[in-house]
Design a protein around this ligand. Structure first.
Ligand code: GTP
Ligand code: MG
Length: 196
């Protein structure tokens, strides 16, 4: 996918704040600090369009980024961050659930997992939830620049311990926002889903 333009559009915590122009949307989900906001920046080739941080819990609202004036990437607060209060976590959970369950414009979900680890219980719940909602899923194993060559072969095996990859409509990519590995394939997947 060729990126011609990208811009921050709007942040939302509830439905009446979502964009109203009826364009397709692709959302990102994953643990805090896994690299969701970084993936957006890498895809659109901007350093700081989506705010990133080495501190988990940076993204706290649904942030809509308009790309090529034709679709939105939706940055979503991460889960599994212990320092976020119970109350906030519940609010995030409900906000994400409302969005994923009701948004007709949503054409696919990118679930990011850290390629160095076996996916967590929360990752598994998100994966099964997306299946239940019948969303096309792209599993992105992030930060592969941090892996030694010998560890690379284990990434898929680690995934399979927790994710049933035989479901329909699931693709898997390894990825790095540092080396931009597989950014072309990421764009291709998005292109395909927003066209469906
Ligand atoms: P929340 O907003 O808290 O949910 O986090 P996030 O998933 O948006 O993570 P973010 O993109 O802010 O990245 C978290 C940290 O990981 C930052 O310090 C990034 O620089 C770093 N990071 C992200 N992607 C990569 C990657 O592919 N490789 C390496 N080495 N670091 C990365
Ligand atoms: Mg973020």
């Amino acid at each position: 996918m060729k990126i011609n333009s990208s811009e921050y559009a709007v942040s939302a915590v509830r439905e009446d704040q979502y964009p109203k122009d009826d364009l397709p949307e692709i959302a990102l989900a994953g643990r805090s600090n896994v690299g969701k906001s970084s993936l957006i920046n890498t895809l659109v080739n901007r350093k700081n369009l989506a705010r990133t941080s080495s501190q988990p819990g940076k993204t706290q609202t649904l942030n809509f980024y308009l790309v090529n004036k034709s679709f939105y990437l939706v940055d979503v607060p991460g889960y599994g961050y212990a320092k976020v209060s119970q109350k906030k976590r519940q609010e995030f959970g409900e906000m994400i659930q409302d969005y994923l369950e009701t948004r007709a414009n949503l054409k696919g979900l990118i679930i990011l997992v850290d390629s160095r680890h076996v996916p967590s219980k929360d990752d598994q719940s998100m994966y099964e939830y997306a299946q239940y909602l019948n969303l096309p899923i792209l599993v992105v194993c992030t930060k592969i620049d941090k892996l030694k060559k010998s560890q690379l072969t284990k990434v898929k095996a680690n995934l399979k311990k927790v994710f049933d990859l035989s479901y329909d409509n699931v693709s898997v990519l390894t990825f790095s926002s540092v080396t931009k590995t597989h950014v072309t394939e990421l764009g291709d997947w998005i292109q395909e889903k927003i066209a469906e």
